[in-house]
Ligand binder design. Structure first.
Ligand code: G6P
Ligand code: ZN
Length: 544
């Protein structure tokens, strides 16, 4: 095998965001753009001689091509072995599972998650570390620093490798194993959930299911696990074939982008459970017949019921949520006498808490939930959790959630996104809010008196690291909150997210439309941020 060291010039924009490096495909197609980033990762990793890395992606445009580049660069950089998902596919949670199971050194996941795919859309790459989770910030900062000065990369001169046939080959000294991307993950799920119970409920028709894979990576996982293993009727999984452009759709499981599923679930003869996942399979949306479960409520319900499921029958060590996620799970933790941690947005912040065994379950408002079985959020896991729960409790999704509200109270919650504003305007809105913070404490707006107004700062209880400026919080005496932050995952301008939350103990008041229940807070958030005046937008582009 001939190895070539090629000269390159650095790019200045390879700073990984909330979840890896995400850019337009056109940006990735610039000369050596991917090569520079991959070499920066290798340079940061140091000696990888003899080590195993996992490689897979969500199947979007550029996935296969990028994998060939990674294979050749891995061989040139001395990697011992690559485990690659057949066809270049591997969901993010499955990659996390495979890294952990085979004690790999880490892995490359090729995905821009829930962003659209195709030649004019997005591509992405992230590196996951030995625990199976996203690389921590000190690592991604080091990769970024390296990418700014990189002047050469190493690549093997070789033919493309067949990534479609399961089995083992070599490239020079490096072993390449093409693996079934589903089986390890499916085994892990079988270990956590009561597959026999779910199977009999699905086969008898006691539970009906519609799972929308959105033409993204979870199609093969869902077909294998839900239809073939658990016996859900063929057709329970829709849009199950991964496509490079996700069929032109936006693979983000929410009421706007998964509207096909939402219409089915609000229509006549809706199944018991409706669910969808995103591009790389780590997000989930859960619906019942005529009912949408907010991700924050889903997390709280899972926490309150986990002990009913085989994998969690010992109970939970603790739970965690990201700061903008509603406080519904806090109430469950309090009732159970376990700790609830509040972390900044981004799954990586859960890693230390999971590794230190401080928590078992965690989740975010951004349609992510998972547990200590992997170090990523896990879409299909959440679906199986709900299936198992419905089968155990023999209640509908709506009944389970409404009963939860009666017990713990309801946290009315909504997120308003203002997408695609110029980056300077987004930054100016945050600055404007920051400037107001010192004067807000103690101020009263109608029924809302401000208890705390700050820019969230997190001190990791495990390693003591501090993450500042993680979002503007206005917390009121009655527990209501307004949180405002800029998205860290977009590729077009800036997206401002406004998170709104109000607690309601009284069951007689649990049937309101969240937009109505949160009306005052919505107006207050709009006036504090001046979002409409500053952007000229008449309202949010997405409401979840
Ligand atoms: C990704 C991360 C999540 C995070 C989300 C936030 O999906 O994996 O952990 O919650 O991005 O996205 P945002 O666009 O709000 O920064
Ligand atoms: Zn994702």
């Amino acid at each position: 095998m001939q190895i070539e060291t090629r000269k390159t010039t650095p790019y200045s924009d390879q700073k990984p965001g909330t979840s890896g490096l995400r850019k337009k495909v056109k940006v990735f197609l610039q000369e050596n753009y991917l090569e520079n980033f991959v070499q920066s990762v290798f340079d940061t990793l140091g000696d990888v001689a003899g080590k195993t890395l996992v490689v897979g992606g969500d199947g979007r445009y550029l996935n296969r091509q990028a994998i060939q580049t990674i294979i050749k660069m891995s061989a040139a950089n001395g990697v011992g072995r690559l485990l690659i998902g057949q066809g270049g596919l591997m969901s993010t949670p499955a990659a996390s599972c495979v890294i952990r199971k085979y004690k790999a050194h880490g892995g490359f996941v090729l995905s821009a998650s829930h962003n659209p795919g195709g030649p004019d859309q997005d591509f992405g790459i992230k590196y996951n570390v030995t625990n199976g989770g996203p690389a921590p910030e000190n690592f991604t900062d080091a990769v970024y620093a390296r990418s700014r000065v990189i002047d050469q990369y190493k690549i093997a001169l070789a033919e493309d490798v067949d990534i479609d046939t399961i089995g083992e080959t070599r490239l020079g000294e490096m072993a390449i194993q093409i693996i079934d991307p589903v089986s390890d993950y499916a085994q892990l799920m079988e270990h956590l959930f009561d597959f026999n119970l779910i199977e009999s409920a699905l086969k008898s028709g006691a539970i009906t299911l519609s799972y929308d894979a959105m033409h993204a990576v979870t199609g093969p996982y869902a077909i294998r696990i839900l239809e073939e293993r658990l016996g859900a009727p063929i057709g329970s999984v829709v849009n199950g074939v991964p496509l490079e452009d996700f069929g032109g759709g936006h693979p983000d499981p929410n009421l706007t982008h998964a509207s096909e599923l939402a219409n089915r679930m609000f229509g006549a003869r809706a199944p018991t459970l409706g669910a969808a996942s995103d591009g790389d399979g780590d997000r989930n949306m859960i619906m019942g017949s005529q009912f949408f479960v907010t991700p924050s409520d889903s997390l709280a319900v899972l926490a309150a019921n986990a002990h009913l499921l085989p994998g969690y029958k010992e109970g939970l060590r603790g739970v965690a949520r990201s700061m903008p996620t509603s406080q519904a799970v806090d109430r469950v933790a309090e009732a159970m006498g376990i700790e609830c941690y509040e972390t900044p947005t981004g799954w990586k912040f859960f890693g230390n808490l999971l590794d230190a065994r401080k928590i078992t379950l965690c989740g975010e408002e951004s349609f992510g939930t998972s547990s200590d079985h992997v170090r990523e959020k896990d879409g299909l896991w959440a679906v199986l959790f709900w299936l198992n729960l419905i089968a155990v409790r023999k209640q509908s999704v709506a009944e389970i959630v409404r009963e939860h509200w009666r017990r713990f109270g309801r946290d009315y919650y909504s997120r308003h996104d203002y997408e695609g504003m110029p980056a300077e305007i987004g930054a100016a809105i945050i600055e404007h809010l920051r400037a107001q913070l010192p004067g807000l404490s103690g101020k009263t707006f109608g029924p809302y008196s401000v208890r705390v107004a700050d820019d969230f700062c997190y001190r990791d209880p495990v390693d003591g690291s501090v993450s500042e400026k993680q979002g503007i919080r206005v917390i009121f005496e009655n527990g209501a909150r307004i949180v405002i932050r800029l998205s860290g995952t977009g590729t077009d301008g800036a997206t401002l997210r406004i998170y709104l939350e109000r607690y309601e103990r009284d069951p007689a008041q649990h049937g309101l439309d969240p937009q109505e229940a949160l009306k005052d807070l919505i107006e207050l958030a709009e006036s504090l941020s001046e979002v409409k005046i500053r952007t000229g937008m008449s309202g949010p582009t997405v409401i979840t």
